[in-house]
Design a protein around this ligand. Structure first.
Ligand SMILES: [Fe+2]
Length: 298
């Protein structure tokens, strides 16, 4: 077998270094990044079969698994009367978004009641417990900026827990009613929600979670970015871009996952506002470079 010479090793290192620098520079220079042809993935949550998420001591919770990716995990807890997501913690940060019904959340050693639109940021090592409340089945979206699910271990958060934050003191609850609406001009101060507006519920280095409202005739222009995300359609009807200009219908509980630099765009095709829940697998917002196909900001 031919031996690799020292000169060849040097060439390898130099070529590799310039390749790495080129990559970094192209990420910095907006104009050089072209959209990729990778199709946007789409699931219709209403058609997804429910399954069981296993915890420790054979406890389990009914879920719908929506996106189970290497860089992002998104699913829906479905809690019938009296059911709970047991006290647990993970090695990864996570977020919850209450989609239907009410839940009690164990946080800072006490219970808080959360309703539709409320969300929770749970850093790694913090113990939480969710319990169903009220007469309606409770549904809560969960998000991890990591994946796939099999790589995320659930640890017992009970009395003998080894969690670094056993009382959930670092958990942050965000009540939607307390969060101001925003648009491209910044926070909306006069209370008049513009036809295109959003709320940033969670924003830190590991994730961004928010909601967007798009009135008929308005949209967020076709765009792409390096970070992956999921967008869950919560209300209204639309058509979403998949690949090469092809659009398909989306409705309540449809979810899209645009892979890195895949062009995505959703048009409101209904008579009512289109509401979306969006989650990025890193943040803050200032770190996300939006590349618009038409080179304009909506
Ligand atoms: Fe996006």
């Amino acid at each position: 077998m031919k031996k690799i010479t020292f000169t060849e090793i040097k060439i390898f290192i130099i070529v590799g270094f310039f390749g790495w620098v080129k990559n970094i520079m192209s990420d910095v220079d907006d104009t050089k990044i072209k959209p990729r042809k990778t199709p946007v993935e789409l699931v219709h949550g209403k058609k997804v079969k429910s399954t069981k998420m296993l915890f420790f001591k054979s406890k389990s919770v009914t879920i719908k698994m929506l996106f189970n990716k290497d860089d992002l995990t998104n699913g829906l807890y479905i809690l019938k009367k009296g059911e709970i997501v047991p006290k647990h913690y993970n090695d990864y940060d996570k977020a919850f978004y209450v989609y239907k019904g009410k839940v009690d959340l164990f946080v800072k050693g006490a219970k808080k009641t959360l309703v539709k639109g409320d969300s929770v940021y749970i850093p790694k090592g913090s113990v939480t417990e969710l319990s169903q409340k009220g007469s309606q089945v409770s549904q809560v979206y969960f998000f991890y900026p990591e994946g796939p699910l099999k790589s995320i271990k659930h640890y017992d958060g009970g009395s003998l827990t080894k969690a670094s934050d056993r009382d959930g003191n670092n958990v942050r609850v965000i009540f939607s009613k307390d969060v101001p609406w925003e648009n491209w001009d910044g926070k909306i101060k006069d209370g008049k929600i513009t036809p295109l507006a959003w709320k940033t519920l969670i924003e830190n280095k590991s994730m961004i979670l928010g909601i967007t409202k798009i009135d008929p005739g308005y949209d967020v222009d076709s765009h792409y970015h390096r970070q992956t995300q999921v967008v869950i359609f919560e209300r209204g009807q639309g058509e979403t871009h998949i690949k090469d200009g092809q659009y398909v219908p989306v409705g309540v509980e449809s979810v899209i996952y645009p892979p890195t630099y895949s062009t995505h765009h959703t048009k409101n095709t209904g008579k009512e506002a289109l509401w979306e829940i969006y989650f990025f697998n890193s943040g803050p917002f200032s770190s996300i470079k939006y590349h618009f196909d038409k080179k304009k900001k909506p």
